[in-house]
Design a protein. Structure first.
Length: 603
């Protein structure tokens, strides 16, 4: 996720802006930039990579005395991480920074280009600055031009804009992406994506709401929402920076579980409409001779791959096999150019997955990466990449990266099904409806979190856990078991529910904990009978289902959904929180579990 900061006042603006961006580093970025307007002149600096590079670029520059400034760290979603794509983006007399995704940027860009506007970047964000200036050139004043620009753009945005046309004003707009305004008794004004850059500077803040826009001057904050004028409502700013970086959550992992609702919206942004899925990233790939898919990954990404295999065969009608990268590398696999080679990796640096990708490239296969980090080794090597847009994932145990991988793969299955004309319009509409319903399914209800927290006290011992499910709920069972293992250090296995009678049921007794995933929309009766077999042998059952199940020792009721993927995401949230709360009770380091690294860059 990108980070933004803004400042109005007399202090050294460069220092506040870059130090403020440093406080947002945890969000992840691949480039950064600032722009400062003072005495009618705008100075702007941008740099690839870490903030130190920006500090180096600006070390001869100072900016004390009254002025205004904006700063940005960019996490690439549209356009590679390059200096030209870094923010701020400029027009003739205006600079902007933007966090989020402008869904209708293509139409706006085409209209502006038709008016002779030249674009310097591949980003969606650049349309904002040119659209604003066009309105000014058509006779609107800055406030009218900004208001009209916000009316034109659609999507998620946290925008700061400075213009020579109003040298003492910072314009802002917020929708679906966080932004706060701040002030202190010295008359300084601040803007930021979150609390941490303002701690030690602002004393009172305003948490803006979706649709809020307006302008900040040294002595006044003006806020509108649509045509309605909003009275600024200040609250006192907290004091703890690390606590602020976790946005009030106990752990980054917990925060990232709660972020899934918003990051999945970004994953979908600009890629899904009523007619289907558009993946511009794949426009140069010819799929006409592709008749099979091989997916290669590790760990949680492997579980996403297993889930995707069901979708590719059921929806896209394309044969799909899944490989664990560390096995694939040494099995002397048969590789043919009619098979699309898909690699899934949050970090883009996992050694086994990278080596498997090299083998596929060497065999002349078409390769596509599903990855969360642009410009990573796997992204650079793949023929095409679909970025998952999860933002940086700090917790070693992957959560939001997994959720965005599944959504991306689901979109890809619809995209390929459509390309191959293997999917009917009716099925496509049903799938699109369920896909767009995903963010709301990922909203974590306080009631379910509290119930899981309470019942977790019963699962702190025993001789092990089985997570069981059928179809796509089998890889979800594997993932739930991995989450628990990773952060609680208790033994857990994911198993196909139908396989229990082929051996594992010998373990069944009251000390065996079975987490049973029992969706209504996928083989419910079959799964139910498997769970009844376990219950008859006195296994301790935690059933997760929308349908009441009397034989469970513990029961977590999910909501009635129309589509199995909606049930998948709701049960995914429950397994993530269950692992988290058991780990908390055991006193483990949830974010940095023993023996693990966030990215396994060696064999
Ligand atoms: C997931 O919780 C683990 N941290 C681990 O299994 C991880 O998924 C695996 O190492 C693959 O990493 P990647 O997605 O970055 O390639």
């Amino acid at each position: 996720m990108c980070g933004i900061v803004g400042y109005i006042g007399k202090a050294e603006k460069k220092k506040f802006l870059i130090d403020g961006l440093q406080e947002l580093e945890y969000r992840g970025y691949d480039s950064a930039g600032i722009a400062i307007l003072k005495n009618g002149n705008i100075s702007s600096f941008r740099a690839l990579g870490k903030l130190e590079n920006l500090r180096q670029k600006t070390k001869e520059f100072s900016s004390s005395g009254f002025g205004i400034g904006i700063g940005h760290t960019r996490w690439a979603t549209h356009g590679k991480p390059t200096e030209a794509n870094a923010h701020p983006h400029s027009g003739e007399f205006t600079y902007i920074i933007h966090n989020g995704i402008i869904e209708n940027y293509k139409e706006i860009k085409e209209d502006l280009q038709a008016e002779g506007i030249k674009f310097l970047s591949q980003t969606d964000s650049e349309v904002i600055v040119h659209q604003f200036e066009q309105f000014i050139k058509k006779g609107l004043n800055s406030k009218e031009a900004f208001k009209k620009t916000i009316e034109v753009i659609e999507g998620a945005y946290a925008i700061l804009l400075i213009t020579k046309d109003e040298p003492e004003t910072i314009f802002f707009a917020k929708n679906a992406v966080p932004m706060i305004l701040g002030q202190n008794s010295c008359g300084e004004k601040f803007m930021s994506s979150s609390d941490s850059p303002l701690i030690g500077h602002a004393t009172d803040v305003i948490y803006l709401n979706d649709g809020d826009f307006g302008w900040v001057k040294k002595d006044k904050i003006t806020i509108f929402n649509g045509e309605v004028s909003i009275a600024p409502t200040f609250v006192t700013l907290g004091r703890d920076k690390i606590y602020a970086q976790k946005d009030g959550f106990r752990f980054f992992m917990e925060k990232e579980i709660y972020e899934q609702e918003s990051v999945v919206s970004e994953t979908l942004m600009g890629r899904v409409n009523d007619n289907g899925v558009e993946l511009d990233e794949l426009k140069n790939i010819n799929f006409s001779n592709i008749n099979a898919i091989t997916i290669c990954a590790c760990g949680t990404s492997y579980h996403a791959a297993l889930t995707a295999a069901y979708l590719f065969e059921r929806i896209s009608k394309i044969k799909c096999q899944v490989e664990i990268a560390s096995e694939f590398r040494y099995k002397k696999p048969l590789l043919d150019q009619g098979t699309l080679f898909l690699v899934i990796s949050q970090s883009g640096e996992t050694a086994d997955t990278l080596e498997a990708l090299k083998m596929a490239k060497k065999a002349g296969m078409k390769t596509v990466a599903i990855c969360n980090v642009d410009n990573s080794s796997i992204v650079r090597l793949s023929d095409a990449t679909i970025l998952t847009r999860a933002g940086i994932e700090k917790g070693v145990a992957s959560t939001k990266a997994f959720a965005t991988q599944i959504v991306t793969l689901w979109m890809l299955s619809l995209y390929l099904g459509n390309k191959k004309q293997n999917i009917s319009k009716k099925v496509l509409q049903e799938e699109i409806k369920a896909l767009l319903h995903t963010p709301s399914v990922l909203h974590v209800k306080d009631s379910i979190h509290e119930k899981i927290r309470r019942l977790s006290k019963r699962y702190l011992h025993g001789h092990g856990f089985f997570f069981i499910g059928r179809d796509i709920f089998f890889p979800l069972a594997l993932e739930g078991a991995l989450k628990l293992k990773e952060i609680s250090y208790l033994h857990a296995e994911g198993y196909p529910a139908g396989e229990m009678k082929h051996g594992p049921i010998a373990l069944a007794d009251s000390e065996l904990f079975t987490i049973a995933l029992m969706p209504k929309n996928m083989l419910y009766d079959k799964t139910k009978s498997n769970v009844e077999e376990l219950s008859a042998r006195d296994a301790t059952i935690l059933a997760i289902s929308p349908l009441e199940f009397d034989l469970a020792d513990d029961f977590l009721q999910t909501s009635l959904q129309d589509h199995p993927m909606s049930e998948f995401f709701e049960m995914m949230i429950i397994t993530q929180i269950l692992a988290l709360e058991i780990s908390v009770r055991l006193g483990n380091d949830v974010d940095m579990p023993r023996n693990l690294a966030k990215s396994v860059t060696v064999e």
